[in-house]
Structure formats: structure tokens, C-alpha cells
Design a binder for this molecule. Sequence first.
Ligand SMILES: Cc1ncc(COP(=O)(O)O)c(C=O)c1O
Length: 553
Amino acid sequence: MKAKAETLQDARGTAGHDTRTDEGCPLHWFDTDRGAFEDLERRIAEHPAGFFASADFEPAGACATREAQFASVDLPEHPTAPQVHADHLLHDVFRHVMPVASPTFIGHMTSSLPSFMPALAKIVAALNQNVVKLETSGALTGLERQVVGMLHRLVYGCGDAFYAQWLHDPEHSLGAFCAGGTTANLAALWASRNNLLRARDGFAGLHSAGLVAALRHYGYDGLAIVVSERGHYSLRKAADVLGIGRDNLVPVGVDADGRMRVDLLRGTLHDLQQRNIRPLAIVGIAGSTETGAVDPLDAIADVAEAFDCHFHVDAAWGGATLLSARERGRFAGIERADSVVIDAHKQFYVPMGAGMVLFRDPAWTQDIIQHANYIVRKGSVDLGRHTLEGSRGAAAVMLYANLHLLGRRGLATLIETGIDNARYFAGLIEQQPDFELDSRPQLCILTYRYVPEAARAALASPATPPERREQLQQALDALTIDIQEMQREAGRSFVSRTQLTSSQWAGRAIAVFRVVLANPDTTHEILQAVLAEQRELAGKSGKLAAVMRHSSK
Ligand SMILES: Cc1ncc(COP(=O)(O)O)c(C=O)c1O
């Protein structure tokens, strides 16, 4: 193999081709030549927020898709020198990603991580364990079961004897790690569907005979999943994949705080009963994606019990709030759920790719359990017997590390800081004459919009006719979208946006800014600056004129 210096020189001289010959095993070509990537690692992984704030990073236009740059579909024939590829990655890719670890990036659920995480992730990648089976994961199988058990106890609070009996029982499972909330919701509803239409009276069970035979045997005209209108779109995918049909994901209306209305839920269930549609699950949301609203879980649990229905809680975002003694009361009733989804890659501050489903009853996976002769054999403790996914990485190690290094207290501090920041920001918005708070934060998410004073006055005035009111709302929607896009392009800070039915405006769907305050480094000064920037951008927006026109008499 050639010396590193010679390789790089060759590489430059041949337009990026590494002229090393095909000597030796390709996997070992870089055994002595990793310098370029180690340098990148130092510049990025050791302090991502610093990288995002550095001259190496180019925030403006970061949302552009850069399709022209990624247009070629020709597979590289020749090896590229590591330095050339590292330079390419830095200049053409990494410097144009989104600065999610930046404290001014407050628009999405993806935030910064504890500083030890990149090093740990590197170890996990290097070990390359596959937790689908014991033979490729060793101690990690037990570790993952333990972590699932810790989260199970956080939700359900069962006693020591329960965990002594079930935690490592190969035929049972307290839950499973998944790629994220989407697969976790699907896994929960998969288990629920198979349990509902299980084998009995000579019928082999839905898992073997399929949905059509199962409906015929049980005498139902269809299945439904019931969730508030604020349910995450992953539930729509689950309804589709499970053969239930997207139209049978039945939405229930929400109250002024975005929480499921239990009176409407009862009505929905009666209606389904009359149509002979069996609700496969009622889903309560513990931290809705758009506003962080927490459904009245205890009351929903009562209804689920009355209708003998599976109660699933989507706590993908909010679940970590259970760590906070101060805040967990909002989730009263979650312990009555048959299944719960919590994402580790959200408020447990673990890198992307880690969600979890938890089952109250350890026997709940009996109707999804799988076997194969070369792997996940009968009687084995292989995790893959109880999971939707096959090969999986050891994401549990990262949650295990956060649980130990930050502890419940440290994680609760992060949760409480986010909620405190959201309350502060809501108060700040309410003090402004030209901003309107749309959703009061229950967790660390809130929505609001910019409404110039003249527009606020026009909307508040009973003398404003309905047509002008609607024209003004449309102009405000356009202004909100424009400000959000201008702010994103400017690259100093980032908020997201959504369209939500607003109880303030008689159920009209309005465009709003959406803020997720999960980064503890987001200061009050940053939040003040975000409003100042939005006000300034509004002044420059071409959409402001229409707002002002419809605001004046
Ligand atoms: C409430 C809720 N459920 C499910 C999901 C899906 O999670 P993921 O994107 O990890 O698949 C999300 C994601 O934002 C969510 O907010």
C-alpha cells in the first residue's frame, strides 16, 4: 500500500481518483489512512453547535435541495482518496445541513445531544452489533431488555416481583426498540390488531389467516383506529399498512387546548358500533406534534374500558415528561394504557433512530411472535422474536448512557427547562401588540403568528364584515408563510410552521409559527431576538401590504 502523502498527491493529480492499486483487501485500504476523517470528526462531532456557528458552516439557503449537485447517478468506478472525499463531504454536504444543535434552531423536535454522545455513537458503529439475535449482540440483548424495563417502570410503575418475573423471560416482552415513533406506533397497533382477531374456535387467527378471513370469522364489517384530529400522520400509515384503511383512522374533535373531546369520542364509538366497525384501538396523544397538547388520558382510559377497547398512547414526543415529578401529573392515566410509544431520539436526547413501544401486559406480543430456524429460534431470548424490524443497531446503549450519566434528575431538568422556556416565550408573545399566541404551551411546544396592530383591531372589531375578515385571515396566512420562509433563508434562526384549526377564530385553519423549545441552550435573549427578527422580516415582506389593505376600513 502506498504512503498517505503519496496517495493524496496522486489523488490531486488525477482529479480526485485515488491511484492506489487494487492491492490487498479494500476493507483495509484505509487502515493507516484515516487522517482526513479524524480531522472532520474533530471539527464537527466534538462540538456540533460550534461547527454550526463557525465559518465552515454556511447556513443561508440550507433548505435548498441542491439537486444539481447530486444529479449524477454514475457509480464511482475508481476509489477516491480519503482527503478528497472528506473535503467533498465538508464543503458540499456537511456545511449545508441544518443546524439542529444550534440554540436558535427552535422549529423542530430534533435538537442538540449530550457532548459524550458522538464518541459513544462511534463506539456503537465500530462494534456494529446486531441486536436482532443474541449471537450477534451478546450482552446488548440483556441491556436492551433492561432499558425497556426501565421505561416500562417509568410508565406503569409495576413492582419488583413483576420485573423479576418478566424482564428477561424469553417468551414475553415488555416492549421493543424501533427506528422511531412511526414504527413504534405501527408495532403497537400490529400487536393490538393480532390480539383482537386472535385464534379461537377453530379459526387460526389473523396472523395466519389474514384480515378478510378474520373479519368474516369475527363478524365485523371493518376495523377502525380512533384518535383526535391532532394525531400524528404515522397513524395513517399504520392504518394503511395494517389493512384497516386510511379512511378508517377516525378523527375526534379537540377542545380549545387541542385535547381530545371525550364526549365526542363516546359519540364516535357509538357510531362505529352501529356500523359494526370494531375499533381496534383508541389512541390518546401525550404531547401532540403540532402544539404539545396532552389528551385527557384518564378519561379516555375510562371510555376504552367501557367499550372493551385497546388503549394506546402515542407519547413519542411527550413521554420523557414522566421523568419530571413536577410535570408528570399531566399524564395521569397513561399507566392504564395497553401500549405506549416513546421516542428516545426526541426528549431522551439520543441520536436519530431510536423509538420504543411498551406493552403493559408482557404477553401482548404472543400474536406477533416470530421464529426462523437460523435465527430467532423458539425458546431463544433473541429480541427479533418480538419486533417488527429485523437487523437493528444497538441504539439502546445510547439511552442506557443518558439514563446513567444524566440520570432521572438530569433528564427531568432538560424537560422542565424546555417547559419553562415555552411558558416564558408564551408570556413574551402575549406582551407584544403585534403577535398573537395561538396555543398555550402544555409542554415545550407552542404556536403563534405575527398580526400587525391594525389587523388585530380589525379582527377584534364586530364591525368588520365576514368577507373582509376572511380576506384578512388569508392575507395573514400568506404573511406568516412568507416570514417563516424569509427567516429560514436568512439562516440566523429557524421556526417551523403549520396550519391549525383555531378556536380563537371559530375553527378556521390558520397558518402559524411552531416552536419547539427542546434545546436547553436557547436563552430568553434568543427568544426575544426571534420575535424582533420576525417583526423586521414582516416589515420587508411583500405580503404585508395586503394585510394592511384588508385591515383598513
Ligand atoms: C406524537 C408523535 N408520534 C409519532 C411521531 C413519529 O415519530 P418518528 O418521526 O420518530 O417516526 C412523531 C414525530 O414527530 C410524533 O410527534
